[in-house]
Design a protein around this ligand. Structure first.
Ligand SMILES: [Fe+2]
Length: 345
């Protein structure tokens, strides 16, 4: 083992270590003893002379996380030398443990008498603070991911409710979501936006929940009044989700997925790039899947027919760049699983 792998205070020359010992107060703890309690005030920096300790932190959701296990030669309580705030973690003795306690005052004394040793310790403290920061960030990222998964679960429940009402919807949402995500990746959309798009794609037709069964499940061409009812679904969806803050960024997918580049779409009659990108992406994914699905009053198109339809719709119905991204993905086989009836990502 090289000295780099040794706990810091075991890397000090014996005479330097003894200098530190001279400035410290020695204390012994039994297994299970609390050495430092989170949120209490202490002003001591602690070096483990013998034994083993566990450092833990409690989060507001009650979860306790082990930050580290430490052995002889290691140290904790470094924040005590920097501020007088409450401790951010607890330390418990796992075995009989001897601690060298160095108060802020003693450390200042060491700094005056042995600056080289004291600066060495401070460099090590800086390194430790960075490592702890990285650990906490990793924890936050994990929590964020769990939260995203919980969001997705809730959204999926809404989608299931919607699909249960409309048999022609079965699988459509999942396929549109898959296609939209792949298009977005081709367009190099940021990871965070991708998540908002995914939620938007899953919920794009949520407003259909507010449309009567007689209209929604009518097995033939629609009367103008019925068509008008169906055309309300983007706004109905937006109205359902408007006040849910974490869905804010997904609203454009829902509200604008039936807009057209030539301004002849609904509900806003927006045109060109004034249609939010999420809306333009879902429009292509949604239309493609509709073309490729059987309906009571028409058969599905063949793949070449659907591709031709998308090409012809460029600049009028669809955003050219979005269609091109779609066609590239299609050519490279990214949609093979969808075309074979299995949209699992
Ligand atoms: Fe729709």
């Amino acid at each position: 083992m090289t000295s780099n792998h040794l706990p810091y205070f075991h890397t000090l020359p014996e005479k330097d270590y003894q200098k530190v010992v001279q400035h410290s107060r020695k204390r012994t703890y039994l297994p299970g003893d609390m050495i430092v309690r989170e949120r209490t005030l202490t002003d001591t920096f602690c070096i483990i002379e013998t034994g083993k300790v566990e450092i833990t932190k409690k989060f507001s959701d009650g979860e306790e996380m082990t930050l580290a296990l430490m052995e002889a030669g290691d140290f904790f309580g470094e924040m005590a030398l920097l501020d007088q705030g409450p401790r951010s973690a607890s330390v418990r003795a796992l075995t009989e443990t001897t601690i060298l306690e160095l108060s802020r005052e003693s450390f200042e004394q060491l700094l005056l008498e042995e600056p080289t040793i004291a600066y060495g310790i401070m460099r090590e403290l800086g390194k430790r603070l960075r490592e702890t920061g990285a650990l906490l960030i990793a924890h936050l990222e994990r929590k964020n991911k769990e939260l995203q998964e919980a969001y997705l679960g809730t959204v999926q429940a809404l989608v299931n409710a919607l699909e249960a009402r409309d048999p022609y919807m079965k699988g459509h949402t999942e396929r549109v979501t898959f296609l939209a995500k792949r298009i977005a990746q081709r367009l190099q959309i940021e990871k965070e936006d991708l998540f908002a798009l995914e939620i938007g794609a899953l919920l794009h037709d949520l407003g259909k929940i507010g449309i009567p069964d007689l209209v929604l499940q009518k097995p033939g061409p629609l009367e103008p009044e019925e068509r008008y009812r169906i055309m309300e679904h983007p706004q109905l969806g937006e109205a359902i989700l408007r006040n849910i803050r974490y869905l804010e960024r997904s609203i454009p997918s829902i509200l604008y997925h039936h807009e057209r580049m030539d301004g002849k779409g609904y509900p806003g009659g927006l045109s060109g790039k004034s249609i939010p990108l999420f809306g333009r992406i879902i429009a292509v994914a949604d239309s493609f899947d509709a073309m490729m699905s059987d309906r009571p009053y028409r058969h599905r198109m063949s793949l070449p027919q659907a591709v031709e339809q998308l090409r012809q719709g460029m600049d009028q119905q669809f955003d050219r760049q979005v269609v091109e991204a779609f066609l590239q993905a299609l050519e490279e086989g990214e949609f093979d699983r969808i075309l074979q009836g299995n949209p699992q990502t």
